[in-house]
Design a protein around this ligand. Structure first.
Ligand SMILES: Nc1ncnc2c1ncn2[C@@H]1O[C@H](COP(=O)(O)OP(=O)(O)O)[C@@H](O)[C@H]1O
Ligand SMILES: [Mg+2]
Length: 365
């Protein structure tokens, strides 16, 4: 259940403090195979917390007491040593409060492992459809908090760092959740890291069925707008509590995006909200989330918003602008105040997000 808490210390000690000095990298830690064997009780079965296309994930505990998630990467034979290290170091420098922190890595013989901070409150997939359901259902507010955090992480990867990082595998099981219901996006950079690898990995790198943008699925063409599409699917998943593709549903409801378009098109938006959400969102909040999601899954990748815009749409009390308001505003079209709300209009697809100041954008947030 969503209970915001403030039990966290203001300054947490570094997760790497107390580990041997000689193995500190510029940004993290170089672990030996032995270190990680000790941390995971020799990679024992009891410590396996997940198995994805990239490898097996173990829970572990470093000698300084820091809990970690260790990803043992499969199929690393084709991976050049130097390349792996260079890529990992590039990702290692990337820091954002909504990205899982990479603490270090291990490269020994054919072993390739990544060591992440351990995020202890499950992932969004488990909260929506799986193991975390026994803890209750996420409220609308908790869902929006997780989705806005995810959007911020993607905006950072796409727009704030150079070279930018396209995630390529945005899906609910890659959105980890902490005690305060902050989103921690995981597996970022991993797709890129392994992108040049062998076919086993490459097919997996294509993303996950149901989340993949049509142009990427059809042509393999990839840019950050594919992440925007996947984010739109994720948002629809959070709103409805439905899987992106669900064969147990009637034919017209199997594909989540198609069903949503149909429901919104026939003015049945109120019916799509996850019935497990006790306190229904306001019509306005629902509309804001739905319209944002539908813009993200636009079949034309050019028309999809950037992630920075998505953050602002989701955070703005003023999006979408009511119809009467829009007419009124247009009548005064040369005021700068109006300009500041342009891309919140659901009919306006202007793609110029960066010319506005934060305070004007979100007067009430
Ligand atoms: N840093 C982490 N902290 C806690 N759990 C994690 C962490 N990284 C991954 N996991 C768990 O391991 C699972 C498997 O990870 P992964 O191999 O990426 O597969 P997938 O994302 O396809 O489920 C994740 O879904 C998540 O629940
Ligand atoms: Mg994952």
């Amino acid at each position: 259940m969503y209970k915001p808490s403030s039990s966290h210390p203001i300054t947490a000690p570094s997760p790497l403090s107390g580990l041997p000095e000689f193995s500190h990298l510029g940004w993290g830690h170089w672990f030996t195979l032995r270190d990680l064997e000790v941390a995971t009780n020799r990679f024992s079965k009891e410590n396996v917390i997940g198995e994805g296309g990239y490898g097996i994930v173990y829970k572990g505990c470093l000698i300084n007491g820091t809990p970690v998630a260790i990803k043992r990467i499969l199929n690393n034979l084709g991976q050049a040593e130097k390349e792996f290290r260079a890529e990992v170091e590039a990702i290692g420098h990337v820091r954002h409060k909504n990205l899982v922190r990479l603490l270090g890595y291990c490269m020994e013989g054919t072993h390739r492992m990544l060591v992440y901070e351990y995020v202890n409150n499950g992932n969004l997939e488990q909260w929506l459809h799986g193991a975390m359901r026994q803890h209750g259902y996420l409220t609308w507010e908790a869902r929006m908090k997780v989705l806005i955090g995810t959007a911020k992480a993607l905006a950072y990867l796409h727009e704030a760092i150079e070279p930018k990082v396209v995630h390529r595998d945005i899906k609910s099981s890659n959105i980890l959740i902490d005690d305060d219901f902050n989103a921690k996006v995981s597996d970022f950079g991993l797709a890129k890291l392994l992108g040049a690898g062998k076919s086993h990995v490459t097919t997996r790198v294509m993303g996950t069925f149901g989340y993949v943008a049509p142009e990427y699925a059809n042509t393999g063409l990839l840019n950050e707008k594919s992440d925007v599409y996947s984010f739109g699917v994720l948002l629809l998943e959070a709103i409805t509590g439905r899987d992106p593709v669900d064969y147990s549903r009637p034919p017209q409801e199997v594909n989540l995006v198609d069903w949503l378009k149909m429901m919104v098109g026939s003015r049945r938006s109120e019916e799509v909200v996850d019935p497990n959400i006790e306190a229904k969102p306001s019509t306005r909040a629902l509309k804001r989330a739905l319209l944002t999601a539908l813009r993200c899954v636009d079949p034309d990748s050019e028309k999809r918003p950037k992630m920075g815009q998505v953050v602002r749409m989701l955070e703005s009390e003023e999006y979408p602008i009511p119809r009467e308001d829009r007419r009124h505003r247009r009548a005064r079209a040369n005021s700068s105040e109006i300009e500041s709300h342009r891309d919140f209009s659901d009919t306006d697809k202007s793609d110029n997000p960066d010319s506005r100041s934060e305070s004007r954008r979100n007067p009430r947030t």
